[in-house]
Unconditional design. Structure first.
Length: 340
């Protein structure tokens, strides 16, 4: 009997080791794939596209619109400003925080309602406060996108309810999200699992629970926004940070949006790692005639690379720039500053 139990225990141990090895091997050989109509996987700081599918197709994006709304508000309003809720922001269809006309909340509270609860009423209240009208704020949103080089996006409202003239592409939405994640206030808001904001009746508080399930299920998850309408399907922009690399995943019209985003994040972290090509304040010596002049590069260059890729660093002495190339293509350039 003892021999039988010992054999059983050893068999279980071998099975456990086998499963662990299989799981590790699977993670090491993770591949990008998705059923989404369009998708992009992008590293935040470099904006290198790690994977794409129909990246430039113009599509509806539902409430992921609110990433652009939040960034536009953060660029044009103060978080501590008080907003008196106008009647025009009350009773907006779809997801809602159930704002009441005349109640007063801060811009920060409305942004929390916008990004965690996906409040369409918060979107309109913020648009009216920041732009004066929904139409004027939509123009501000379009300027936000244009300033980032986004050519396949057009916004007519701050919430993402269906409109034939309201669309984006997976690539544009990834670029906009990467820019938004450079803002510390945006990061704090979209990474919050829960938050409490003022209640309209003056008693107690509204409890907001973030709709982004990855914040509770994926290691390193730190954003960003869900979305759904019948026209757009299930849309999601997710982000996660591991080993100093932050990855943004955009999926448009993707029924298993959380599951496939997690799989693509796994593939990104298994395939790429951040490499420092140029350390901050790197000193460069340039010979001119019989003398030597010294310059420095104040910025650091870190770039996501595969195991078999190498970054090449070169100094353009004529242009006085430091340049980084990958596979023969320039991916980064920065002007040198003379050291006095």
């Amino acid at each position: 009997m003892k021999r039988f139990l010992l054999c059983l225990s050893l068999a279980a141990l071998c099975l456990c080791v086998s499963l662990t090895a299989k799981s590790s091997a699977s993670a090491d050989t993770a591949e990008f794939s998705t059923t989404a109509r369009a998708a992009v996987v992008m590293e935040r700081s470099s904006r290198r596209v790690l994977y794409s599918r129909n990246a430039d197709e113009r599509l509806p994006m539902a409430s992921t619109t609110k990433i652009v709304t939040a960034l536009t508000v953060l660029n044009n309003a103060n978080l501590d400003e008080t907003v008196e809720i106008p009647q025009k922001a009350v009773g907006i269809e779809g997801s809602s925080v159930y704002l009441c006309a005349g109640e007063r909340l801060t811009v920060r509270e409305l942004l929390l309602g916008l990004m965690l609860r996906s409040g369409n009423d918060c979107a309109v209240a913020l648009a009216l406060h920041t732009g004066g009208s929904v139409e004027a704020f939509a123009e501000m949103m379009n300027k936000t996108a244009r300033d980032l080089g986004c050519e396949d996006s057009n916004f007519v409202n701050p919430h993402g309810l269906p409109d034939d003239d309201h669309y984006t592409s997976a690539r544009d939405l990834a670029v906009i999200t990467c820019e938004a994640l450079n803002n510390d206030d945006f990061c704090q808001i979209v990474s919050a699992k829960t938050a409490r904001i003022s209640n309209g009746d003056g008693e107690g508080e509204r409890l907001l629970v973030n709709k982004n399930k990855l914040l509770n299920s994926y290691m390193g998850a730190d954003g960003v926004k869900t979305g759904y309408t019948k026209k757009a399907g299930r849309c999601f922009v997710g982000s996660a940070t591991r080993n100093g690399m932050q990855v943004v995943v955009v999926v448009l019209n993707c029924p298993p949006m959380f599951e496939e985003t997690a799989q693509m994040l796994d593939a990104a972290f298994a395939t790429y790692s951040m490499q420092t090509a140029v350390p901050q304040n790197k000193v460069v010596a340039i010979r001119k005639g019989n003398g030597v002049s010294y310059y420095r590069c104040p910025e650091r260059c870190r770039y996501p690379v595969k195991a078999d890729e190498r970054l090449r660093v070169e100094t353009d002495e004529a242009a006085l720039t430091l340049n980084v190339s990958l596979n023969g293509e320039r991916v980064w350039t920065y002007p040198l500053q003379k050291i006095r």
